[in-house]
Design a protein around this ligand. Structure first.
Ligand SMILES: [Zn+2]
Length: 684
């Protein structure tokens, strides 16, 4: 591992900070914290923290000694001043005299000692930083270091790899107890560079930001070199004879869902992220996977993201996917039962004070294929997958130099259910569609884009399908990094299949489909070319049938129900003159919706439609609005709001109607009219 320190970059941050009164030490504290945060081999998703001790002026003008320490859960790669709250040091140091202190009391004292009372909560490892005397203290969960110290003889390996430069602190759960143990060891051994926290991580310190940082890099490099000399690299075995990710993911996702006991018809679902690097394939195809997979986490705080163990499934044979699904469901059930027993046993030990988290796996290993990270959002799934990859590397390398050994199950429970760890995940209320995946066709257009946005705002992960990929990508960008643009020509069965494979591979499946893509053709029905009718049917009827068929296949593989939503338009119920080529396939689409509701109701798959009219979109462009209103001698405003309510109907109104249908778990075969009121187009 090379030092990322660049004088020019460091000086640029110092100069920039000087403009807003940030002193040199603090600017360099920010700089090296960002350097740590940028390297996933050092720091992953909120693990690791840094601090600085300095004198600053408080609000009353007095000079006080403070500890600036990373805020809990802050991203080190992007850290700024707000991510390094300042806490008065002297009250923290006095705590050392206490035998024990409760979490709430400790957090209370920390908050009362903040210079800025509105600042973020400091890292859970604040006391470790406070007790060590050094100006700069850095702490990481570097993967290579974990491979060296997650061993039955971790203390010996520590001495062998780091010499006397790092002292070995036996395992204590993170928090106040660990800080006390660490300072005891420090004062006895007075190591020059830092500490090893057994089965947890590494601390380095120094009198300058650069010294502490470069000591970390040097120590991690030593661990890397020690491993590299012993590692046997084998080529990843080929993936022949294994089913595709797109086929397997919905089965895994369905197996790792649970019924919501409070709402009939609702499910608690997770989103998936797939990984299949050579390191992952070597690990999951290894002979001793059964032992290694159950050996536990590489550092305690990973348990809140991955739980203690992954679910391990058998290799999926593409010719026997039904068998695979049965086994996957059984094994996921066993996983949940084991998690429940683990919770009961350790909750009894601590006096029945904890509430059980959901028992669903967060990492699933599929031999021959790869690993899945699972989470309530795509982002959480990615984090679980990143941590699982670091775990694979940490365990593999530990085995290359000895035998991997984690903390005990009781210690894992204490970390998983430590309120200060759970606080890192935040306490925000979940949006109504959390864990669900929605695919919208025609998502590059006005109604499709508005619908994708409404579903994303309600917490769903969204895939934007459109024949015009650039338009879908443009709209996806406005939603966020997880929104997935996919090219999809609904007039081609192969294109629809490929698009739904892409959605299933990216998110693990699909729960809601808004079949919206369409275009209008006109012609007097007795004279219109048959070719025009066929073209319109290809898009406005068969397009919906292909999309619904592809979606239902995935929904049945998941076994957790689903929701098909169709944009049928007013023409389905109230034909316009010379509009038969458009209205007739739309009427057939309405019948299609009812047929899906009928044939798949028993599978929990609902089908509904929105009958919308006169929306500014690709079917009713600004030019058309101008010419039609002019032809009728109306202003554009009056033309657009020519309905019973006298209100213009927008793409957002249609989007909200689709969202309402997605949320109405007891509603199927329904048509919701969104047209401001038109008796001729009313359903009954
Ligand atoms: Zn730590």
């Amino acid at each position: 591992m090379k030092s990322g320190w660049v004088d020019r970059d460091a000086e640029a941050i110092v100069a920039e900070g000087a403009k807003s009164g940030i002193d040199r030490d603090l600017a360099l504290r920010i700089y090296t914290t960002r350097l740590f945060g940028r390297d996933p081999k050092l720091v992953l998703h909120g693990g690791g923290n840094t601090s600085l001790k300095e004198v600053m002026r408080d609000r009353l003008g007095a000079d006080v000694e403070v500890l600036r320490v990373k805020a809990t859960g802050a991203d080190m790669a992007m850290i700024d001043l707000a991510g390094l709250p300042a806490v008065r040091l002297s009250p923290l140091r006095k705590l050392r005299a206490l035998g024990e202190i409760g979490d709430d009391e400790l957090v209370g004292i920390e908050r009362a000692s903040l210079i800025d009372p509105a600042a973020a909560n400091p890292s859970v490892e604040i006391m470790l930083h406070a007790f060590l005397p050094h100006k700069f203290v850095d702490h990481t969960h570097a993967t290579a270091v974990l491979s060296v110290i997650d061993q039955p003889d971790g203390d010996k390996k520590c001495a062998e790899v780091f010499g006397g430069r790092l002292a070995f602190v036996p395992y204590v759960m993170p928090g106040f107890g660990l800080a006390k143990k660490a300072i005891e060891v420090f004062e006895r051994a007075k190591p020059s560079d830092g500490l090893i926290l057994s089965k947890h991580g590494i601390v380095t310190y120094g009198e300058s930001a650069r010294e502490a940082y470069e000591r970390m890099i040097e120590m991690v490099s030593r661990a890397e070199e020690f491993i590299a000399r012993r590692r046997k690299t084998a080529a990843a075995p080929p993936r022949r004879g294994t089913a595709d990710v797109a086929q397997v993911a919905p089965i895994v996702r369905g197996a790792c869902s649970e019924k919501d006991k409070t709402i009939e018809g609702a499910w608690r679902r997770l989103v998936l992220e797939f990984r299949a690097t050579d390191a992952v394939l070597n690990f999951i195809n290894a002979k001793d996977l059964a032992r290694l997979s159950q050996a536990g986490v590489v550092t305690p705080d990973h348990t809140i993201r991955t739980k203690n163990w992954p679910l391990v499934l058998p290799p999926p044979d593409p010719a026997k996917l039904a068998d695979f699904a049965r086994v996957a469901h059984d094994m996921a059930g066993q996983f949940a039962a084991r998690y429940h027993r683990y919770f009961e046993q350790h909750n009894a030990r601590v006096g029945h004070i904890k509430h059980e988290l959901d028992p669903l796996p967060r990492v699933v290993l599929v031999p021959g294929l790869g690993l899945f990270g699972l989470g309530r959002t795509k982002r959480d799934a990615e984090i679980a997958a990143d941590i699982a990859e670091a775990w694979v590397e940490g365990v593999s390398d530990a085995e290359a130099i000895g035998r991997f050994e984690s903390i005990s199950e009781a210690d894992m429970f204490d970390c998983e259910y430590w309120p200060l760890e759970q606080a890192k995940l935040g306490t925000r209320k979940e949006p109504p569609l959390a864990g669900q995946i929605a695919a919208v066709t025609g998502a590059g257009g006005a109604i499709g884009a508005a619908t994708a946005k409404a579903f994303a705002a309600a917490g769903a992960e969204v895939a934007l399908l459109d024949v015009n990929f650039a338009a879908a990508r443009e709209q996806a960008k406005t939603i966020g990094p997880s929104a997935l643009p996919v090219v999809c020509d609904v007039t081609s069965a192969a294109s629809v299949r490929a698009a739904f494979d892409a959605v299933a591979s990216a998110f693990g499946g699909v729960d809601i489909v808004v079949s919206n893509a369409g275009a209008a053709w006109q012609g007097r029905i007795g004279e219109v070319d048959e070719d025009v009718m066929r073209k319109s049917f290809e898009l406005n009827f068969y397009g919906h049938q292909r999309v619904a068929q592809a979606a239902v296949k995935i929904m049945l593989a998941q076994g957790t129900g689903g929701c098909l939503l169709f944009n049928v338009s007013k023409q389905a119920v109230n034909p316009g003159p010379n509009f038969g080529p458009y209205g007739i396939p739309k009427a057939a689409e309405l019948a299609l919706m009812r047929q899906y509701a009928l044939d798949y109701g028993a599978d929990g798959i609902r089908a509904n439609a929105v009958n919308a009219d006169r929306i500014r979109s690709g079917l009713l462009t600004a030019d058309m609005v101008a010419s039609r209103s002019k032809a009728r001698g109306l202003s554009e405003k009056d033309y657009m709001s020519g309905n019973l309510l006298g209100r213009e109907v927008t793409a957002d109104d249609v989007a909200q109607a689709f969202l309402h249908q997605a949320l109405a778990l007891k509603t199927t075969a329904d048509v919701t009219t969104v047209d401001g009121g038109n008796i001729a187009a009313a359903m009954r």
